[in-house]
Design a protein around this ligand. Structure first.
Ligand SMILES: C[S@@+](CC[C@H](N)C(=O)[O-])C[C@H]1O[C@@H](n2cnc3c(N)ncnc32)[C@H](O)[C@@H]1O
Length: 264
């Protein structure tokens, strides 16, 4: 459902595209999708627009900059119905969109019936919770000797901490010099225990059955990146949007979505 909300929300905005890119692809790609809540009721996507407003342009700009800089591979981790591979089409650039098998299958069907060139797109099915992303990328034809832009927009909060670590290590092993990794990271204030924050979010917001599994302090994110071979760019500068607020251990806590870009 969140995947659909992101896709439907994103096409509400004016989005940039490359000269060869397809500005209308996003709308066509999501045709017929509906955001339905857990009880079967239509979901209000307007709530997500505030989060997407700064997030989508941040990742758009990274892809545009990479294409302009001559990077020839863009790997979109947890791509969902993201249309960047179509909007930012550029001669010589290959886009790899990775997601769960059912999502990839549906995206493939949708791309197939679109009247647009998709030959530069490789879709790859993967469950980051269990699979080795490095193997999946190798199998998909990704060239580990060439620099790559890896993006993971609104993905890692849904993975268990061990899965996030494996993902960062896996992409690091495919990242030639000149590569970059950009993710959205859910961040809680320093001094709180991350496990407690996640379990409180689960209890308070989702009655114990929530989809959010990884929230860390900024310092813990920095350390995790470093341990896996990634150096955060402008580490002292925080680019973020407030995600939600909730009481944890008797104090009100703001959870931010921070946009983090790192180089290898
Ligand atoms: C909230 S959506 C974001 C999609 C896209 N990045 C965007 O911003 O529109 C999260 C995406 O991550 C994918 N995802 C979640 N858990 C995953 C897993 N274990 N393995 C692969 N993909 C996963 C979901 O299927 C979904 O498409």
């Amino acid at each position: 459902m969140i995947r659909v909300v992101c896709a439907l929300g994103r096409v509400e905005f004016e989005r940039p595209h490359t000269a060869e890119g397809d500005p209308d692809a996003g709308r066509t790609l999501v045709q017929g999708l509906q955001a339905i809540g857990p009880g079967g009721e239509p979901s209000d996507i307007s709530l997500s627009l505030g989060l997407l407003a700064p997030r989508a342009p941040y990742f758009d700009q990274l892809v545009l900059d990479a294409v302009e800089a001559g990077i020839l591979q863009v790997v979109n981790l947890g791509a969902g119905y993201d249309d960047r591979a179509l909007r930012f089409r550029h001669s010589g650039v290959r886009f790899f969109d990775l997601d769960l098998p059912d999502v990839v299958a549906d995206k493939a069907r949708r791309l197939e019936v679109m009247d647009t060139d998709t030959t530069h797109i490789t879709l790859a099915a993967v469950d980051f919770g269990t699979a080795d992303v490095a193997e999946v990328l190798a199998h998909a034809g990704h060239d580990a000797q060439q620099p790559t832009l890896f993006i993971a927009e609104h993905l890692v909060l849904f993975l268990e901490p061990g899965g996030v670590e494996r993902l960062l290590a896996g992409v690091s092993s495919r990242a030639a010099s000149g590569s970059a990794l950009a993710i959205t990271a859910e961040v809680h204030p320093a001094g709180l225990e991350s496990g407690l924050v996640v379990s409180t979010v689960d209890d308070v917001m989702f009655s114990g059955a929530g989809p959010l599994h990884t929230i860390r302090s900024r310092d813990a994110w920095s350390a995790l990146f470093q341990q896996n071979g990634w150096q955060i760019e402008d580490a002292d500068e925080v680019t973020a949007v407030n995600h939600f607020e909730l009481p944890v251990a008797g104090q009100s806590v703001q959870i931010q979505t921070q946009f983090v870009t790192a180089t290898v």
